[in-house]
Structure formats: C-alpha cells, structure tokens
Design a protein around this ligand. Structure first.
Ligand SMILES: [Zn+2]
Length: 91
C-alpha cells in the first residue's frame, strides 16, 4: 500500500461509531481546543462541525480504535492535516 490509506467500509463504520462515542464523552467539546462542536448533519459544513480524527494518522502507523480516535472540530482537523503535510511531506 502506498500513499493514502483508505478505510474499508466496515472500518469506516467503526471509526464513525467511536468518533460519536468520544464526542459524547467529551461533552461535544473539541479534543484540542475545547470549542463546542456542532453536529455534522445537513449540507452545510460549518467551521466547528464535529469530525473524527486519528491522533496518530493511519499513514503513520496509528490504530483505528478507541485508543487513537478522538472527536475534534473541523477547524483543528484541518489545521492538523496541514501541519502533518508540512512536517512529513514537504522535504
Ligand atoms: Zn478544535
């Protein structure tokens, strides 16, 4: 496997289930910035929509389980993905 690791259908369902559970455990506060997150429903993608994230990216060997999945706002998710690209891909 090279480049982007994609989750299979069942892994993706597991990811969403864990993400939703973590959001409730975190009282819908972003894992990184403590911002209250919106539910990710409807067509509009708001700045602080709840999203799931692998703390250690799958591409870096992170696991697709409860030890490595957190609920974060879309803003932090975006910043982090940018950060990883800067750190690992730009050389
Ligand atoms: Zn955040």
């Amino acid at each position: 496997m090279s480049g982007n690791k994609r989750l299979s259908g069942s892994q993706d369902a597991k990811f969403r289930r864990i993400r939703d559970k973590k959001a409730i455990e975190q009282n819908w506060l972003c894992y990184y910035c403590d911002t209250y997150m919106e539910m990710s429903i409807g067509p509009s993608y708001k700045l602080y929509t709840m999203t799931g994230e692998h703390v250690i990216p799958l591409s870096q060997g992170g696991a697709n389980d409860e030890t490595n999945i957190v609920a974060v706002c879309s803003q932090c998710n975006y910043e982090r993905s940018k950060d990883y690209k800067n750190r690992y891909l730009r050389k």
